[in-house]
Design a protein around this ligand. Structure first.
Ligand SMILES: Cc1cc2nc3c(=O)[nH]c(=O)nc-3n(C[C@H](O)[C@H](O)[C@H](O)COP(=O)(O)O)c2cc1C
Length: 264
């Protein structure tokens, strides 16, 4: 549905000419989150393909320490949408996946709880595995013409998610993922990203961090989308990442510890 060329996507992403072309990855540069979906079901074979793409991601030590729950039950979807901060797309997306960091299966299969499972390291491994798997699913979904939206709100109320999805010990929600055909009214645009010299350094960490160029480009973009804000992007980020901007996630460690995760 979206289909900009590499050059056009680069221009929107970075506000400058690419100066070269790599058509093979044009579709990756054209990603945007989609929050409104057409009422169009996705065939089971495609869903199976999406999960296969996720399972084909690299995984730390081949531990495969992630799982996914596809949530079809409309009542559960309503409850999850509410738990995720009343996010409508959780309810309306044709597909909704809850991605999980999963160290439960490893212990079950082994018939013992290895001593390292409660470390921050093993939790990190499981979160990375889940994220890599999800992003592969995203690449597959976008290649098939679907739109996607990650849902970090799945960590707002992890106890509720645990109850709804009956999560055992050593399993934690990482994020949700909505997938579907974008609605005609989706209004999803390529969102600008930081200039490459702000995120890509050579040999040593960069010294010239400067938010001004991106603040101005992001400000223009949000204005053009009818989402103008008083604060520049760099300052808005600060308020989003204060405790009160974390929507309950500032207490995530309590939940993880109760689940037997990230204790040390
Ligand atoms: C892990 C993760 C969690 C996210 N959580 C949400 C969410 O809860 N709700 C939402 O509308 N978008 C969510 N997003 C989408 C981001 O807001 C979006 O990716 C970002 O603003 C960049 O926009 P783009 O994806 O259109 O390029 C999430 C993205 C990621 C990667």
């Amino acid at each position: 549905m979206f289909g900009e060329t590499f050059e056009a996507a680069w221009q929107k992403r970075f506000g400058s000419e690419a100066g070269f072309s790599l058509d093979e990855i044009g579709s990756l540069l054209a990603h945007r989150s989609v929050r409104r979906f057409a009422d169009q079901p996705i065939p089971d074979s495609m869903v199976q393909g999406l999960v296969a793409a996720a399972q084909s991601a690299a995984t730390s030590s081949n531990l495969q320490s992630w799982s996914v729950v596809s949530v079809k039950d409309p009542t559960k979807r309503t409850a999850l949408a509410e738990a995720c901060g009343n996010q409508k797309q959780v309810q309306t997306a044709p597909l909704f996946f809850a991605f999980l960091a999963d160290l439960h299966r490893l212990a079950e299969y082994a018939g013992e709880v290895p001593t390292g499972l409660d470390t921050i390291e093993m939790y990190t491994v499981a979160v990375i595995d889940a994220a890599l798997a999800a992003e592969r699913m995203v690449c597959a979904a976008e290649a098939l013409g679907f739109g996607i939206c990650y849902i970090g709100g799945l960590r707002n109320h992890p106890d509720t998610v645990k109850k709804l999805l009956r999560l055992p010990e050593r399993v934690a929600p990482v994020f949700g993922l909505c997938i579907g055909v974008p609605a005609e009214t989706a209004h999803a645009e390529i969102k600008p990203r930081l200039r490459q010299d702000q995120v890509w350094f050579e040999d040593v960490y960069g010294e010239s961090l400067d938010p001004n160029e991106y603040d101005s480009r992001a400000g223009e973009f949000f204005g053009s989308q009818g989402m103008a804000t008083d604060l520049p992007w760099s300052q808005k980020n600060a308020s989003r990442t204060r405790d009160e901007g974390l929507s309950g996630r500032e207490k995530l460690l309590e939940f993880l510890n109760k689940q037997g995760l990230a204790k040390r």
